[in-house]
Design a protein around this ligand. Structure first.
Ligand SMILES: O=C(O)C(=O)C[C@]1(C(=O)O)C=C[C@@H](O)C=C1
Length: 86
């Protein structure tokens, strides 16, 4: 039982890694454009937009706060990555 659910979690994690890599590839492009146009890494308005979209997409409201925090973490790591790579 536990083993089966963990196998399902492993599958989901594989998809998440693939999607996160795709997201970071987009962030690489954002870094390039921001560098070229001298735009700051932080864009709070965009972050609010991302979080609003996430909140609208979450179907089970029990998960909402946790998922929104996860996305804030993703963007925090993205900013960290952007600063290291600009
Ligand atoms: O869209 C941008 O401008 C980004 O830099 C990407 C991103 C993100 O990871 O979603 C990261 C930092 C910004 O504060 C906003 C959003």
């Amino acid at each position: 039982m536990l083993k089966e659910i963990r196998e399902e979690v492993n599958q989901i994690d594989q998809e998440l890694v693939r999607l996160l890599e795709k997201r970071y590839a987009c962030v690489d492009e954002i870094v390039r454009i921001k560098k070229e146009q001298h735009i700051a890494t932080l864009d709070s308005t965009r972050e609010q937009e991302v979080l609003k979209q996430v909140a609208d997409l979450v179907e089970n409201k029990d998960y909402e706060i946790s998922i929104m925090r996860t996305f804030q973490d993703i963007m925090d790591r993205s900013k960290e990555y952007q600063k290291q790579n600009k």
